[in-house]
Design a protein around this ligand. Structure first.
Ligand code: ZN
Ligand code: ZN
Ligand code: FE
Length: 759
C-alpha cells in the first residue's frame, strides 16, 4: 500500500551534500516526494511502499555523507499526493537562519581517484573538491554559505563546472568551491625576491627544490606552511635558525601510511586518528631507527605526524616522495601568515621559494594537534578540520555567551542554544598581532552564526590582554571566571556532567581567587561554582615569568622548601651547578627569603619543572613545558616505587606537602638510582596523591566522579597511571577528548560558568 510521510531532520545537514544524498537514496528506493532546507534543518516529504519508507528513514543516519551529523529525526504520517518523482526544492527560511558551517575537510577518496586519473578533466588539478571535501571555514566571508560569499566568488564557473553544480545527482551539486583547471584557482612559484619562476609544473619544480635542501613557503588551506626535506638535517637546522625556533618540535607530513611504518611505533587508535577526515597532526612515538632528521624533534621521543589533506599536498607528497617538515609559516611567537602580502613580507627571510595560489584564505586556521592518551584520542590544539563544528551541550543556553579565553593557546567560545562554538587556535596573547587575530575571529564568528552575546566571560587575571579586551566590550553582563574552575568545567561540559565532581586541575599557571598562582588544585566543582578543597603547597617562583623559562630557579626554590639552608650539603650534580653559579643563586635566595618578585605558586607544572632540573634533565627551556615533557620521556613506565608526601588537613583548604617527595628524589640521585626510575617514581607519586586526596574528598562528600583537566594531563604516562589508580579505588574518571586539556579549552569552561552565573 502506498503511504506518505513527513520527515524533519535536525543537525548538521546543510552545506554538507545532504540534499543530493537524500535525493539519491530516495531515487534508489523508488520513492517520490521532495526535500528542502529550512531554518533549522531539512524537511522531506516522501511517498512509496511502507517498508521502503522505513528503510529510507533508517538509512538516513547510517549512510549520511561524511560531514553530516544527524541529531534528531521527526516523522509524521501524511496524505499521499501522488508525486511523479523525487525533487529538490528551493530552500525556505527567513532571516533567523542559523546554519552550522562545516570545517575544512581533507580530500575525499572520490576526488583523490579523479586527481590521479589521467582521463579525468581534473587530472593533477591542485584545487579539486566536492560536497564531501574541500575548503569551507577558511574561505567563507559571510553567510548564508553560498559561492558568492566565499573567496571563490572571483572565479566564474565554466560550463562544465556549472552543470555539475546544478545537477542534484552530481557529487558537486552546490559544492561552493567547485572548480577545474579551466575556471578555478591556479598555482604559481616565486623566489623570495618575488620573481616568478616560469615552469611547466610548479609541483614538479618545487619537489626538485625541496630535494635540493631549500626551504619553501607553501600556501595551504588555513595559512602558509614552511616546508623542507625532513630527512635532511642541514635543511631542518637552517629552517630552525631562520625561524628562530630552538628545539621546539616541527610537525612533518608523510606521503602515505607506509612511511609511518618506517618512522613510528603506532597502534590502531593512532592510525585511525591520523587517517580521520580531520587529518590532525598526531603525536606518535618515534621508532628507534627512525630516519627523520634529528633536528625535527630534538631530544623528543615523539614525532608530530600528519598525512596530506589537500589536493595540493597529495600532488606534492606523491611527487617528492619524502617526509617534509610542515611547520606554521610564522616567526616564533607570531600568528601564522595567511595573506599573500603578509606572507611575502614576514616569510621572505625564512623561505627560499614561495608556492602560492590565488584562492584567498579568509580565516586563518592552524593545523590541529592531537595524541592518543590511555587509548583515547585527545585533541591538544583544536583547529583546522574541527572548527567551527560546535561542541554539543547537555543543556540549552538560555542566553548567548561569549568567552574570550585565557592567555596562552588562546581560543574563544560562544554558546548559543545547545551548541558551544569553540574557535580555532588563536595563539599566545603576548603581542598585538595575536590580539588582533582574536578580535577579528570574534567578529567573524558573530557574523557566521548570527551571534549577539548578552553575557561575557573572561579570566580573573587582571593583566591578561584577553581580560583588558573583554572589559572594553559592550556586553551587559560580565563574569570573571577562575582559571581552574574553567578548566574543570570545560571537561565537565564535553562529558555532559553537571556535578558536583572532584575536579583535579593541574597546570603551569592560573590566577587564583587569593591573587596567588594556582595550578595544583582539587576543586569540588559545579557548573556555577567551586570550592577549593585542597592544593599543593605554595612555593615561591623566584623571578616570576623568568622562572618558567628557567626551571633551575624553581628547582632551587623546591630545594629550599624541603631542606632550608642545608640544601648546600647535598652532593648531586644539580647542586654542583648551583655552586658554580653562586652569585646568581645568592640573589635568588634573597628573593625567595624576602618574597621579592617571587609570587607564590601551587602549580604542579612547576613541580615537574623543578624535579626535572634537580635530576639535571633540563635546566632551561626553549618552549613551554619542555622540562616536564623531557622528564616524562625519560621515565621508566614499569617502575612501581612511590615517594612520600603529606596531606595536611588541619585547615581548609588542605595542603599537599611535597617536602618528603623532594627529599626522596635527592636521596635517589645521591644513591645513583637511574633517572628513568626516579622519573617513574615521581609520576607514580603524583597519581597516588590524586587518588588519596580524591578518596579523602569522597569520604566527606560521597562524590565519586573525578574530572582531570589542565595542561599537566597532556602527560600520557601520568594520565594512564592516574586513571588506573582512581579506577582501582572505584572512581569514575572523566578526561578530555574533543576539547584540549590545556588552556586552549578553557574558553568553553568560562562560557559555561558565566552562563550559570548570569541566569
Ligand atoms: Zn571530494
Ligand atoms: Zn570549471
Ligand atoms: Fe591552565
Amino acid at each position: 500500500m502506498l503511504r506518505a510521510k513527513k520527515i524533519y531532520i535536525e543537525g548538521i545537514v546543510q552545506g554538507v551534500g545532504f540534499r543530493p544524498f537524500v535525493f539519491k537514496l530516495a531515487s534508489e528506493l523508488g520513492l517520490k516526494g521532495y526535500i528542502y532546507n529550512d531554518t533549522n534543518g531539512v524537511y522531506i516529504e516522501v511517498e512509496g511502499e511502507e517498508g521502503l519508507i522505513d528503510e529510507f528513514i533508517k538509512s538516513i543516519p547510517k549512510k549520511a555523507p561524511p560531514l553530516a551529523l544527524v541529531e534528531r529525526i521527526f516523522t509524521e504520517e501524511t496524505q499521499v499526493k501522488g508525486y511523479s518523482e523525487f525533487f529538490i526544492e528551493k530552500s525556505k527560511g527567513g532571516e533567523e537562519k542559523f546554519v552550522l558551517i562545516s570545517p575544512d575537510v581533507s580530500t575525499c577518496d572520490d576526488c583523490l581517484r579523479e586527481l590521479f586519473d589521467p582521463s579525468d578533466r581534473r587530472y593533477r588539478y591542485p584545487f579539486i573538491n566536492c560536497t564531501n571535501c574541500g575548503p569551507r571555514f577558511t574561505i567563507i566571508v559571510d553567510v548564508p554559505y553560498d559561492r558568492a560569499k566565499t573567496t571563490m566568488a572571483v572565479f566564474k564557473m565554466c560550463r562544465e563546472c556549472e552543470s555539475e553544480y546544478h545537477d542534484p545527482s552530481n557529487r558537486r551539486f552546490h559544492a561552493q568551491p567547485n572548480a577545474c583547471p579551466v575556471c578555478g584557482p591556479s598555482l604559481k612559484l616565486f623566489d623570495n625576491k618575488l620573481n616568478e619562476i616560469n615552469c611547466e609544473d610548479p609541483i614538479k619544480e618545487v619537489s626538485k627544490i625541496l630535494k635540493n635542501g631549500f626551504i619553501v613557503a607553501i600556501k595551504g588551506l588555513g595559512g602558509y606552511h614552511l616546508a623542507c626535506d625532513a630527512l635532511n638535517n642541514n635543511a631542518v637546522a637552517e629552517l630552525r635558525k631562520r625561524k628562530m625556533r630552538i628545539e621546539k618540535p616541527f610537525a612533518i607530513m608523510i606521503p602515505d601510511v607506509d612511511w609511518l611504518d618506517k618512522i613510528c611505533n603506532y597502534d590502531e587508535v593512532e592510525l585511525e586518528l591520523l587517517t580521520s577526515i580531520q587529518r590532525p597532526i598526531v603525536l606518535i612515538k618515534k621508532r628507534r631507527d627512525c630516519p627523520i632528521a634529528y633536528e625535527v624533534a630534538p631530544r623528543n621521543s615523539y614525532l608530530g605526524v600528519m598525512l596530506p589533506y589537500t589536493p595540493l599536498h597529495h600532488l606534492l607528497m606523491r611527487e617528492v616522495n619524502l617526509p617534509l617538515v610542515m611547520t606554521s609559516g610564522n616567526l616564533t611567537e607570531e600568528p601564522i601568515a595567511y595573506k599573500d602580502d603578509d606572507a611575502f613580507e614576514r616569510l621572505g627571510k625564512i623561505a627560499d621559494f614561495f608556492l602560492v595560489h590565488n584562492r584567498e584564505i579568509h580565516m586563518r586556521c592552524d593545523d590541529s594537534v592531537s595524541a592518543v592518551i590511555a587509548g583515547k584520542p585527545v585533541v591538544f590544539r583544536r583547529s583546522r578540520g574541527y572548527v567551527p563544528y560546535p561542541v554539543k551541550l547537555q543543556f540549552e543556553a538560555k542566553k548567548q555567551v561569549l568567552a574570550v579565553g585565557g592567555h596562552l593557546k588562546n581560543t574563544f567560545c560562544f554558546l548559543k542554544g545547545r551548541y558551544a562554538f569553540l574557535s580555532h587556535h588563536i595563539g599566545d596573547l603576548e603581542n598585538w598581532a595575536t590580539l588582533k587575530s582574536l578580535i577579528e575571529g570574534v567578529e567573524h564568528f558573530k557574523k557566521l552564526f548570527d551571534l549577539k552575546p548578552e553575557v561575557l566571560a573572561y579570566d580573573m587575571h587582571p593583566e591578561y590582554l584577553s581580560t583588558k579586551f573583554a572589559l572594553e566590550l559592550d556586553i551587559p553582563v560580565k563574569v570573571p571566571v577562575q582559571h581552574h574552575h574553567a578548566h574543570v568545567v570545560s571537561c565537565m561540559a564535553e562529558n555532559g556532567l553537571s556535578g558536583p565532581v572532584i575536579g583535579v586541575a593541574f597546570d603551569g599557571t592560573g590566577y587564583g581567587t587569593d591573587g596567588k598562582i594556582w595550578g595544583g588544585e582539587f576543586l569540588i566543582t559545579e557548573l556555577a561554582r567551586f570550592e577549593r578543597i585542597a592544593h599543593f603547597d605554595y612555593v615561591p617562583l623566584p623571578g616570576g615569568e623568568i622562572a618558567i623559562k628557567e626551571p633551575w630557579r624553581m628547582a632551587l626554590s623546591y630545594l629550599v622548601y624541603s631542606f632550608g639552608d642545608h640544601f648546600q650539603l647535598i652532593e648531586i650534580p644539580f647542586v654542583k651547578f648551583l655552586k658554580e653559579n653562586w652569585s646568581k643563586v645568592k640573589i635568588l635566595l634573597k628573593m625567595i627569603d624576602k618574597g621579592i618578585n617571587s609570587p607564590m605558586t601551587s602549580a604542579v607544572g612547576r613541580l615537574f619543572d623543578a624535579v626535572s632540573a634537580i635530576c639535571s634533565v633540563r635546566l632551561k627551556v626553549n618552549y613551554e613545558a619542555q622540562a616536564a615533557m623531557e622528564f616524562q620521556m625519560v621515565a621508566d613506565e614499569d617502575e612501581s616505587g612511590v615517594y612520600e608526601f603529606e596531606i595536611i588537613d588541619s585547615m581548609r583548604p588542605w595542603r599537599i606537602s611535597f617536602k618528603q617527595g623532594i627529599r626522596g628524589v635527592v636521596q635517589d640521585i645521591e644513591s645513583g638510582l637511574d633517572v628513568s626510575k626516579i622519573a617513574g617514581k615521581f609520576h607514580n607519586t603524583i597519581a597516588r596523591i590524586i587518588c588519596e586526596v580524591a578518596q579523602k574528598i569522597k569520604s566527606e562528600t560521597g562524590i565519586n566522579d573525578v574530572v582531570l583537566s589542565g595542561g599537566v594531563f597532556q602527560n600520557a604516562l601520568l594520565v594512564k597511571k592516574t586513571i588506573s589508580e582512581l579506577e582501582k579505588s572505584g572512581f569514575k574518571v572523566y578526561t578530555h577528548s574533543k576539547v584540549p586539556p590545556n588552556d586552549g579549552g578553557i574558553s568553553l569552561g568560562q562560557a559555561v560558568v558565566a552562563l550559570f552565573n548570569a541566569v
